[in-house]
Design a protein around this ligand. Structure first.
Ligand SMILES: Cc1cc2nc3c(=O)[nH]c(=O)nc-3n(C[C@H](O)[C@H](O)[C@H](O)COP(=O)(O)OP(=O)(O)OC[C@H]3O[C@@H](n4cnc5c(N)ncnc54)[C@H](O)[C@@H]3O)c2cc1C
Length: 475
């Protein structure tokens, strides 16, 4: 059977964002900043991090004293085009415990778990229909020649007193959730939810506007400057002088002074099928569960309310020099790779039409954990480096950032990772050459394991290089 042609990425906004904007009646962007003004807090970035920061602050201060500056529209970045997988860090608990001790690691994992239910409750309270479906997350082992890799993690969960958060699923249980010949056994995480990601970002925007928060879209901040006890956010059209600034610019931080040597960026791409209710029924995949495989360049897939599959994979190329350009949005080769993974994992859907394809940047620190802290004499607070898992954790980050401003939740700002800088990454062009080589090696290693082959020694060596150098970017 002929393979259906794939859509060209980068021609339009993601399907999620188009759907969310259409539901709002396709509003015009909010006016850009065209004069100078003052506020208590200026927030750079209208993604989840910036919007949640504003939300938590607006609970405790005059909302009109909060200004958000977004270069595009709110939700125009990854917050409006991600996979909509909301989960915390349970799978990372052993690593967190190793790094921050039993108590510190567990406190972080619990805090990162709050958004799963917290986002749903917030949406209900504020009439935001973000399709929140808290039906769990199944990671399958789809490598034919490779055993599962989670036994140590499951054992560590029991040791940490949280045995119910992750459990092994036998192959027959996996098949009940979604029956594919490619799936073997699985790891089940009960605390996870799917959302329509852009509807959440746009819902936050609406609620903040109703509260009186000032938002300027199409407003790019060129520089944050300290001026005595204030911070100035400079833009083409004017400036905002504030007591505090919050920087929630995610992958764009890789080009921002002070963070350039802290982040590696690469692309994640998604495809979206036509509506296929009967085919989903035949797979038994009607419960809205989130699924992924065990690749390092992970394939992640979920259903939508109108019975499509949204399928993504971290197979895009590495970025260069902090530029967030077409590498992250227009990469047709990455889309082909995503589609190949789709056909490998769900071979019975080979003939299904692909209606959309898009991509975006993800930013990774040397330890694969976000960097959240304060700079600029205690006036400039930042969070970035979610490593492709910010849909839930960005709510935690927003809460922490709000508390770094006003001190309202000291137990959150005391979490072990807050204020810790992540290791430096090499300067350009070494970073780009290294990241590109490692990325390609990881993809080839995953492809070989998918095909039941042993990866070549060279591929294995390059894929392990980051580990050998003390980073946690690759295996
Ligand atoms: C294809 C893809 C799939 C993903 N899937 C998932 C998933 O399923 N689950 C998950 O947890 N995570 C996923 N992620 C990651 C997730 O989307 C992010 O971690 C999360 O959206 C981060 O939110 P944020 O607000 O920090 O960043 P963003 O959403 O990137 O927002 C940052 C904003 O800052 C703005 N900005 C940047 N520079 C400036 C400036 N100088 N002035 C003004 N504004 C500026 C940008 O325009 C942008 O809107 C995915 C990412 C991608 C790309």
């Amino acid at each position: 059977m002929a393979t259906p042609p794939l859509p060209t990425p980068g021609l339009q906004r993601s399907w999620w964002l188009r759907e969310a904007l259409a539901a709002e009646g396709d509003p015009t962007p909010l006016p850009a900043l065209t004069s100078s003004t003052s506020a208590s807090v200026v927030i750079v970035g209208g993604g989840y991090t910036g919007l949640w920061s504003a939300w938590f602050l607006s609970e405790r201060m005059d909302p009109e004293q909060i200004v958000i500056l977004e270069q595009d529209i709110c939700g125009g970045g990854p917050s409006g085009r991600n996979g909509g997988f909301v989960h915390g860090w349970w799978e990372d608990l052993p690593d967190l415990i190793r790094r921050y001790g039993a108590e510190g690691g567990l406190a972080m994992a619990r805090a990162a778990d709050e958004p799963v239910a917290g986002i749903g409750a917030w949406c209900t309270e504020h009439g935001v229909d973000a399709w929140h479906t808290p039906n769990g997350y199944l990671r399958v082992n789809a490598f034919p020649g490779q055993g599962r890799d989670w036994d140590d993690t499951v054992a560590a969960m029991a040791g940490a007193g949280v045995p119910d958060e992750l459990r092994t699923m036998e192959p027959q249980e996996v098949q009940v959730i979604c029956s594919s010949p490619a799936f073997r056994d699985g790891l089940w995480m009960r605390s996870a939810a799917s959302i329509q990601p852009a509807r959440l970002a746009r819902g936050l925007r609406r609620v903040l506007l109703e509260r009186g928060v000032r938002i300027h879209e199409a407003t790019r901040v060129q520089e944050l400057k300290r001026a005595g006890a204030s911070v100035r956010a400079l833009t083409h059209g004017g400036e905002v002088t504030a007591d505090h600034a919050i920087l929630g610019i995610n992958a764009w931080a890789s080009g921002w002074p002070g963070f350039r040597h802290r982040l590696v960026t690469w692309g994640s791409y998604m495809i979206l099928t036509e509506p296929i209710p009967d085919r989903l029924e035949a797979l038994g995949w009607t419960g809205g569960e989130l699924l992924s495989d065990s690749r390092f360049t992970i394939s992640y897939f979920r259903t939508t309310r109108d019975h499509r599959i949204a399928f993504g994979a971290g197979v895009g190329a590495a970025g260069f020099g902090g530029r967030i350009g077409q590498t992250f949005t227009h990469d047709a080769r990455a889309v082909s790779r995503v589609h190949a993974n789709f056909r490998h994992l769900l071979p019975m859907l080979d003939d299904v039409r692909i209606d959309d394809a898009w991509g975006g940047p993800i930013d990774v620190t040397g330890r694969r954990f976000p960097e959240i802290g304060t700079d600029g004499g205690g006036r400039m607070h930042f969070a970035h480096g979610f490593a492709g898992n910010g849909a839930g954790p960005a709510r935690l980050a927003g809460r922490i950032l709000a508390s770094l401003v006003d001190g309202a939740e000291p137990e959150l700002t005391a979490l072990s990772f807050v204020g810790r800088r992540q290791p430096l990454v090499p300067p350009e062009p070494i970073r780009w050459i290294g990241a590109r080589a490692v990325r390609e090696a990881l993809i080839r290693q995953d492809d070989a394991l998918d095909a039941g082959r042993r990866p070549s020694w060279l591929v294995r060596f390059v894929a392990r290089l980051p580990r050998l150098l003390g980073y946690q970017i690759g295996h």
